[in-house]
Design a protein around this ligand. Structure first.
Ligand code: NDP
Length: 407
């Protein structure tokens, strides 16, 4: 029986716990651990209510590899699914090596003091995982995650070479809060306010945050949204592993209301990540802001509308130019009905469960540290269709493809 340890009891952790519990033939025994055990217990009660399965809970400070390794040994976990915060990635990887366990996460490591998004720290574990015969799967969410697998699958089935990649993440959802982020506010705001980088001309090109935007009409009546170019971590691994890519960009939709609040918060210094002294105490403004913003895990009950996340890919096949658009549409209310969460947590949590399923089945269990595009995409793509994230692939005409390609 496979024992798995989930770390992190936030919006994403709740979805992973539910979805793992729904696949008992793979996830034989589940322990959900986090800094605040009462949050794990609340999720365990919901999982029991919805699926009838018992999951164990535990308290852990995952910044401490000794504590985490002890918990891994105590539970007998074969795999840790890390859906805590990116700050914990390296400490949990250390704990996995120490206790002899595989590792999966959904976001690359970031040091707390600087919003720097790169894989170098985690790629540096390659030899240690390979020598220990352990496997680490990086970025098994939607983006990164499914978007990486979409790219690998497109290369395998539609192209001889990929030349351009535009990843487009639209959240067309609405909720009843004046301002909220759809995943952890601290991580979300660090990402959105960072300088934009896209890949072109053989390297990353830096531009001002959110300075380039365009309208994008989603398929199937989801709507038309303004999408903004920004940096996202999968660009780094995809251009490394698919070296024929000449240009790669990432776009995300933001409503005028979100941008208005973001501008004010930035102008008044609330998105700063350096400490300030307040009443004799050092506080980080962004961490304080997180404490007063809505918990994304609580947005599910009031969120309506859909997400539409996918890749526009151009390249060549048999000497001819070709373009495809691969996407998933996910309905916030349907996610809430199924697992009590909004679609952003859902679209992250389902691929985390499916990546873990692939590892436990041995399909993706090679010693070393892997990004999703390096692995065979077929079984994962089939599982997306079965486990709540159905996707569609349409061929685009050269004119349609060109309309996505804003430089
Ligand atoms: P939340 O803030 O809702 O949850 C994070 C959880 O981690 C909380 O339960 C928190 O505990 C726990 N945690 C934080 N620090 C520690 C620690 N030192 N030890 C143990 N537990 C800790 O975040 P989300 O669920 O929204 O996001 C989870 C992850 O998913 C993030 O890394 C995020 O970047 C990633 N993500 C990835 C996406 C993708 O598509 N790839 C998309 C969206 C998110 P406490 O409650 O006590 O603070």
């Amino acid at each position: 029986m496979n024992q798995v340890l989930l770390i992190g009891a936030g919006g994403v952790g709740s979805v992973v716990a539910h979805k793992c519990a729904m696949v008992p033939e793979v996830f034989g025994a589940i322990t959900l651990a986090s800094r605040t055990q009462s949050k794990c217990e609340a999720i365990a009660a919901e999982v029991k209510h919805r699926t009838g399965r018992e999951i164990a809970t535990a308290q852990v400070d995952a910044d401490d590899p000794v504590q985490t390794a002890a918990l891994i040994r105590r539970t007998g976990a074969k795999l840790v699914i890390n859906v805590a915060l990116p700050y914990q990635d390296l400490a949990i990887m250390d704990a996995c090596l120490e206790a002899g366990c595989d590792y999966l996460d959904t976001a690359n490591y970031e040091p707390k003091e600087v919003a720097r998004f790169e894989y170098s720290w985690q790629w540096a574990y390659q030899d240690r995982f390979a020598k220990a015969g352990r496997c680490a799967l990086l970025g098994s969410g939607f983006d990164p995650g499914v978007t990486n697998v979409f790219t690998a699958w497109a290369l395998k089935h539609h192209f001889d070479e990929i030349h351009t990649l535009d990843i487009i993440d639209v959240n067309g959802g609405k909720h009843d809060k004046a301002f909220a982020t759809n995943f952890n506010p601290e991580i979300n705001l660090r990402e959105v306010t960072a300088p934009c980088r896209h890949f072109e001309g053989g390297g990353l090109v830096e531009t001002a945050p959110l300075s380039l935007h365009q309208a994008f009409t989603c398929p199937d009546g989801v709507g038309t949204f303004e999408i903004y170019r920004m940096y996202h971590e999968e660009l780094e691994s995809l251009v490394k592993h698919l070296p024929t890519i000449r240009r790669a960009q990432f776009w995300m939709s933001f409503s005028p209301n979100y941008l208005k609040h973001l501008e004010v918060l930035q102008n008044v210094g609330m998105t700063r990540i350096d400490p300030v002294v307040f009443h004799g105490l050092e506080i980080v403004p962004l961490q304080f802001l997180k404490a007063v913003l809505p918990d994304p895990g609580e947005l599910g009950k009031s969120t309506t509308g859909k997400t539409c996340i996918g890749n526009v890919i151009t390249g060549s096949k048999d000497g001819q130019a070709k373009a495809v658009y691969l996407y998933n549409i996910c309905d916030h209310e349907a996610c809430f009905a199924e697992v009590g969460s909004q679609a952003i947590s859902y679209t992250t949590g389902v691929p985390a469960m499916l990546g873990a399923k692939q590892m436990l089945a041995g399909e993706w269990r090679q010693p070393g540290v892997w990004n999703m595009e390096q692995l065979n995409p077929d079984a994962f793509m089939a599982d997306l269709q079965r486990h709540g994230l159905p996707w569609t692939c349409v061929e685009l005409t050269p004119q349609q493809a060109a309309s996505f390609q804003v430089a």
